[in-house]
Write a protein that binds this ligand. Structure first.
Ligand SMILES: [Ca+2]
Ligand SMILES: [Ca+2]
Ligand SMILES: [Ca+2]
Length: 245
């Protein structure tokens, strides 16, 4: 926990009145991959989840990454996880968020004498709860809150502002109800068999993947089979819109 606090402190101090270094080599870049969503209607309300991949390109090794983001649209941050080969070279990380101001600060660093290795691709996955359809946007928070970091440190402790590309994406209602894997608008034992075949017999019958993540933990596992069986035969909690895209 102390290390995490240190990361934030270093980032906040670093953000005040510092001049930025020239980015060596190719410009380092922060942008987003395809945002996949699953939104369903229930009565008058809409709800679901969207998975937003944050991508980073860095052609030199880094000491610290600090990325403050702000989003617009019908989203509440739900959960997040660091991803990819750079994770192994991080020894302190955190992602405090605030759903009132719609902001998140993703911070990661190496403080043990090593560095975050050069790489490209997804660095962090954000999962948001969706409560309506329409347009959503993720942008840097830098312009509205200068104290919030948006920069990286090279492993020589030089502060660099990466190139940033904001992301607009569309949240569309799905007609597939959670747990209905054969698309007949019913959730019953036929769907359980399709899920078992997928998990244990390597047979994928083309269903919408997040519809099979009925407990909405972003993975399709035995716990989803159990959840589905309990719903069908014991009338327990109904399937939720999942996030296993
Ligand atoms: Ca560079
Ligand atoms: Ca069905
Ligand atoms: Ca699941």
């Amino acid at each position: 926990m102390q290390k995490v606090l240190l990361v934030i402190l270093v980032l906040l101090l670093g953000g005040m009145g510092t001049t930025y270094a020239q980015d060596p080599g190719i410009p380092d870049t922060v942008n987003f991959g395809e945002c996949q969503s699953y939104v369903i209607a229930e009565g008058d309300s809409l709800y679901g989840k969207v998975k937003v991949p944050l991508r980073i390109f860095n052609d030199e090794s880094l000491g610290i990454i600090g990325i403050c983001l702000k989003w617009e649209g019908p989203l509440n941050f739900d959960s997040g996880f660091f991803y990819g080969s750079r994770v192994d070279s991080i020894d302190a990380s955190n992602f405090p968020f605030d759903n009132d101001s719609k902001t998140i600060a993703i911070t990661a660093g190496n403080f043990s004498g090593g560095a975050i290795l050069q790489d490209t691709g997804v660095f962090f996955f954000m999962i948001f709860q969706v409560f309506d359809t329409g347009i959503a946007k993720i942008d840097t928070r830098f312009a509205v809150a200068p104290e919030c970091p948006f920069y990286i440190y090279s492993s020589q402790d030089e502060q660099i502002i990466p190139v940033f590309e904001a992301k607009l994406f569309n949240l569309v209602k799905s007609e597939t109800i959670p747990g209905d894997l054969n698309g007949n608008n019913l959730v019953n034992s036929e769907d359980v068999i399709i899920l078992i075949n997928f998990l244990f017999r390597n047979q994928y019958q083309g269903f919408l993947l997040p519809a099979a993540d009925v407990n909405s933990d972003c993975r399709i596992r035995l716990s989803d089979v159990i959840y589905l069986i309990n719903f069908i035969f014991k009338a327990s909690e109904r399937p939720k819109p999942g996030c296993a895209f």
